[in-house]
Design a protein around this ligand. Structure first.
Ligand code: DGY
Length: 319
């Protein structure tokens, strides 16, 4: 059997697969282009594949996949890069890596919230630029979190964990999701809002935790941003296109909100110059899940899913 891995992954996943008598090909490129992936898949038949969230595995790519392909394990919790319905029609099991990155992404989300609130990135740049000439009462004033409202849009695993951390910081939590999260309500007394609009209107910090689908694309647009308070912070560690990036840039430029923290962008890896120039936004390069332990665990899970399917069993994390 043969497995294609579109990029090197941390840990001993490759040797684990080889130990099961599986031939493994790891593509060397930093990012494999769609055309190259199609050519690779047409040239040789594979039984399984481990893909990254940056690999486009749409209907065209799936058409190039040989009939013996049984499993595509995405090295991510999100799987908007894969045409799952088409894969299923072809009898291919698609898997992801849920759970294991919850804590890491939630902690990174809170790092962004704190960074924007305390203006720590601006302050660091200020000192490095030798601009610190003495203590001043109004130098780099930020906002406090204690007693403020934290609004969660999408209260799944990661959103719920961010809510818990916010609660530990003395924040009141409100949230919106398609359905109520009773466990979260019981645990931290979180209040359900019937619409994302209510969360946006009421919160001092809004953290977005939505999967990217046709319905969530640009669900935070100019109109929704206009509902936010002028002292509010917006954070997104889910998927870039759930926020209309142009509308957010304009909102930040006009200082209609206090600031934003973004780990994801609408057209990754492109980050608009207009966004990079703004002082009231903290930017990280889609690294919310990037802890040594978590990235290793994600690789382990992807390999386990591949092995389960190739050995005729049920994938633990079929999407
Ligand atoms: C995922 O796994 O979907 C995350 O975006 C990785 O950071």
């Amino acid at each position: 059997m043969k497995v294609l891995i579109t990029h090197s992954i941390p840990g001993n996943g490759v040797s684990l697969l080889r130990g099961h008598n599986i031939e493994v090909r790891v593509l060397e490129k930093k990012k494999v282009r769609k055309g190259d992936l199609i050519a690779t898949l047409k040239k040789e038949a594979y039984d399984g594949m481990i893909s990254l969230l940056t690999d486009t595995i749409d209907e065209e790519v799936l058409s190039a996949v040989g009939s013996q392909m049984k499993v595509i394990a995405n090295y991510a919790v999100g799987f908007n890069n894969i045409a799952v319905k088409k894969a299923k029609e072809q009898g291919i099991v698609v898997t992801n890596t849920p759970g294991v990155l919850t804590e890491t992404v939630a902690e990174h989300t809170f790092a962004l919230i704190l960074a924007v609130a305390t203006r720590v990135v601006e302050a660091d740049a200020f000192v490095r630029a030798k601009q610190f000439t003495g203590w001043e009462p109004e130098l780099l004033l930020g906002v406090d979190l204690l007693g403020k409202t934290l609004g969660i849009i999408g209260a799944g695993r990661i959103g719920s964990r961010v809510a818990e951390i916010g609660n530990a910081f003395g924040m009141e939590v409100v949230y919106h999701d398609m359905q109520k999260n009773k466990a979260l309500e019981e645990k931290i007394d979180a209040e359900y809002c019937g619409s994302p609009d209510e969360v946006l209107r009421r919160s001092a910090v809004v953290s977005v935790h939505l999967p990217l689908t046709d319905t969530t694309y640009h669900c935070i647009d100019a109109q929704k941003l206009s509902l936010m308070r002028s002292d509010a912070i917006l954070v997104n560690t889910s998927r870039g296109p759930v926020i209309d990036e142009k509308a957010l840039i304009s909102t930040l430029r006009q200082r209609k909100i206090f600031g934003a923290g973004l780990d994801v962008f609408e057209h990754e890896p492109a980050v608009p110059a207009a966004l990079r120039k703004l002082p009231n936004v903290v930017l990280t390069p889609h690294t919310a899940s990037a802890s040594i332990a978590t990235r290793g665990e994600m690789a382990k899970i992807a390999v386990e899913n591949v092995l389960a399917v190739l050995h005729g069993g049920k994938a633990p994390n079929e999407v």
